[in-house]
Design a protein around this ligand. Sequence first.
Ligand SMILES: [Zn+2]
Length: 222
Amino acid sequence: MKKICPILIVCLLCVFILQQTESVAITETLYGRVIVLDPGHGGLDNGASVGSTKEDELNLKICFALKEELEAKGATVYLTRTDDNDMTNRTYNYSKQDDMYLRVMKIDEYKPDLFLSIHLNSSTSSAWGSQVFYYKNSEEGKRLAEYIHEAMKPVTGTRKQISTCSFYVVRATQSLGVLVECGFISNANERGQLKSAKYQKKLAVSMTEGIEKYLNSFETSY
Ligand SMILES: [Zn+2]
């Protein structure tokens, strides 16, 4: 049998390893990142609802789609809730205060690079479009909000701007995060879109892009 040159084997092995490393670098742009998703409401609190369309259910679906996209990029993703219960898991004596307190504790427990609280908006007018809110005293929150807003714009067609807020979830957490209103459940046209799995995926892809761009903005080039 002909002897195979050991140098050739080493070379082939190197090429193989390099290829593997490269493919990880290209697809897993969020490798090592920890991201928490907070689907707003749940349990006795349906959030904004129109007929049988409930905000808490759609928030959860959008978060599942977003989790899939982020994990495909290598991120480790945790959800504050994964079913139709709020943080208290109670089916009686609903307390917004208890729910929000536990939500904040849970988000911080994971020590995430960032978190997104996912909601749907509601209005008596025909308002539509996504809007990202950040805590008024957080400069990083503002930067993160800008990246997510810009990435969502082509999908939701929003004409709204990012906005400051004092919502408990972004105010009380130690972690960096923003609250995303993905669209208006009160607008019939947008409600139809928000209910479709295809549109939920589009929202997820755009938010993932915003997160990627925000996190990559820290990488310095030499
Ligand atoms: Zn909400």
